[in-house]
Design a binder for this molecule. Structure first.
Ligand code: HEC
Length: 107
């Protein structure tokens, strides 16, 4: 009996943990979709009309692949080319989350 209670507690803890991880991932994704996708495309391929007009490079471009995470965070924080600076509009944590999501397209 005691064992059963314990395993149910473990299960509850595992579910809570999984929920937390899931939330962290989807907030970067939600940010990307609302703030970045119109220029960088759903998969970072810069296939949207806005991307073409602003000459956004796709994630398949070697120039983009060379970027480190820190350089990307910098580009988003301070702006790059026609991309506005997000400093003051998004928190540093939000910038990192959206860049992290963007980086999942780099493979
Ligand atoms: C108005 C269009 C626009 C929006 C919105 C936008 N970007 Fe950009 N982004 C650009 C342009 C233009 C560049 C510079 C040209 C290039 O090299 O792709 C750029 C460059 C970058 C780079 C540097 C690497 C690269 O692809 O050249 C990163 C990383 C990046 N953007 C991430 C983001 C993230 C994350 C967001 C959302 C918070 C975002 N961008 C929103 C247009 C945009």
């Amino acid at each position: 009996m005691r064992n059963m209670v314990r395993s149910q507690l473990m299960l509850a803890a595992a579910l809570l943990l999984a929920g937390g991880v899931c939330f962290a991932q989807s907030s970067g994704e939600a940010l990307y979709k609302s703030k970045c996708q119109m220029c960088h495309g759903a998969r970072g391929l810069a296939e949207t009309p806005a991307a073409k007009a602003m000459k956004v490079k796709p994630v398949t471009d070697p120039e983009v692949k060379k970027f480190t995470e820190a350089q990307m965070i910098d580009a988003v924080r301070n702006g790059m080319g026609k991309m506005q600076p997000y400093k003051g509009k998004l928190t540093d944590a939000q910038i990192k989350e959206s860049v992290d999501f963007f980086r999942t397209f780099l493979k």
